[in-house]
Design a protein around this ligand. Structure first.
Ligand SMILES: Cc1cc2nc3c(=O)[nH]c(=O)nc-3n(C[C@H](O)[C@H](O)[C@H](O)COP(=O)(O)OP(=O)(O)OC[C@H]3O[C@@H](n4cnc5c(N)ncnc54)[C@H](O)[C@@H]3O)c2cc1C
Length: 369
């Protein structure tokens, strides 16, 4: 927030969701966002738009070409943890600040923390799950640190947009079911209690907007070279699938994933992906950055990690600067100003506050419009 506040020319609309888009031909003219608590609506007009919603909501509403996996997509997770009921520090920290939300600081305490049977939870009474005795997964820490991590993931064959609350509920039913089984069936962890749980599901996959290049996993494997390399990738082709050891009797309700591993999911990094994955092929003024960019179903595996997504945002910002300066579309940046984009991409982010024009060879007549 401090960084955002420092940024001149940036106006932030917190707690607003875009839920309608006005278009004229193949142009987005404005988006309308609604405040999630007051319901007040604000219409934001612009020359260029960037869809970084993860679900590609702006592009979808504007009629941009997109793809989505009907089934076999990656799921969503609600991370959760348990804590020592006897340790006031842990309890208070968690209740006041969510400070330790992602850590597993669990030690047995001196105070009993009984837990009821939960009839509406997933019934895991006789099912294996990570953290339960005898259940092995692809992670190997203490049993309790297997609870609530990234691999507690559901929704593989569900619609990650329309059914996300169902997926979130399934994650929570798995959490309560596991804790119920550990406490009341196995008789473990008498002095621990559930500490924290995310109530919004963290998504991995939904719609992908199609650009002039649709990057494929095959490109990563073959090391395809592009004339417009824009952002480096190094994470492997990591597509989560339901873990075969834990979902057998729970068709449609699988709640544990495994990451894809092995040679076919590796490539030589850093792999430079093309700029042309960052704008829509049929909506002329629409950029995209993040996990909703132009990739095929497998190539979302390497591109979706946080720093890679962040770098896409930087490139989009720089390309947008060129669009405004030279009155071109995102595609026009590739067609007419690729050399300039490449120069800009070599500059550190802080350059935007300086007079970049002086340090770059701009075509004659270029100026601020
Ligand atoms: C459990 C979990 C663990 C992960 N672990 C790692 C990890 O260790 N390392 C790593 O690098 N990556 C990790 N990832 C992947 C990575 O976090 C995501 O792929 C990445 O954050 C995607 O970023 P994004 O900005 O494209 O989308 P999102 O993070 O989904 O952000 C989209 C944003 O847009 C907002 N939004 C959505 N719709 C609208 C709308 N209509 N109007 C306005 N705003 C809207 C959302 O509220 C959200 O803030 C993990 C993902 C999950 C789910």
């Amino acid at each position: 927030m401090a960084v955002v506040k420092e940024e001149p020319g940036l106006k932030l609309f917190m707690e607003h969701r875009v839920n309608s888009v006005d278009t004229k031909g193949a142009h987005v003219m404005s988006v309308t966002a609604q405040h999630v608590r007051t319901a007040r609506r604000v219409k934001i007009s612009g020359k260029l738009f960037a869809d970084c919603t993860g679900d590609a909501t702006v592009g979808f509403l504007a009629g941009a070409d997109f793809e989505v996996s009907e089934e076999g997509s990656m799921g969503a997770s609600n991370l959760w943890n348990v804590l020592d009921q006897a340790d006031q520090k842990q309890v208070l920290k968690c209740e006041c600040k969510d400070k330790d939300a992602l850590s597993m600081l669990a030690e047995a305490g001196q105070v009993a923390a009984p837990f009821p049977r939960v009839p509406w939870a997933l019934n895991l009474t006789d099912k294996p799950f990570p953290g339960r005795k005898g259940a092995k997964g692809q992670w190997a820490n203490t049993p309790i640190s297997n609870l609530g991590g990234w691999f507690w993931e559901s929704g593989f064959d569900k619609d990650s947009i329309k059914e996300i609350e169902l997926i979130r509920d399934l994650n929570m039913r798995a959490m309560y079911g596991a804790w119920d089984a550990l406490k009341n069936v196995d008789g473990l962890y008498p002095n621990h209690r559930l500490g924290w749980s995310a109530f919004i599901a963290g998504k991995r996959e939904s719609r992908r907007l199609m650009g002039d290049v649709v990057l494929k996993a095959e490109d990563f494997r073959k090391g395809t070279k592009w004339p417009d390399p824009a952002y480096p990738n190094s994470w492997h082709i990591d597509i989560h699938v339901p873990h075969p050891a834990f979902g057998k009797d729970l068709k449609g309700q699988e709640f544990i994933s495994e990451a894809t591993t092995g040679k076919e999911y590796q490539y030589k990094g850093p792999y430079w992906a093309p700029y042309r994955t960052l704008y829509s092929r049929n909506i002329n003024n629409l950029f995209m950055a993040g996990r909703n960019i132009s990739v095929d179903r497998e190539a979302i595996g390497p591109v979706r990690v946080m720093r890679t997504c962040g770098m896409m945002g930087e490139v989009v910002g720089k390309a947008a600067w060129i669009c405004v300066r030279h009155d071109v579309s995102p595609r026009g940046v590739y067609d007419q100003h690729l050399a300039l984009l490449q120069k800009l991409m070599q500059q550190p982010g802080g350059m935007r506050r300086k007079n970049v024009e002086g340090s770059l060879e701009l075509p004659t007549g270029a100026g601020v419009k």
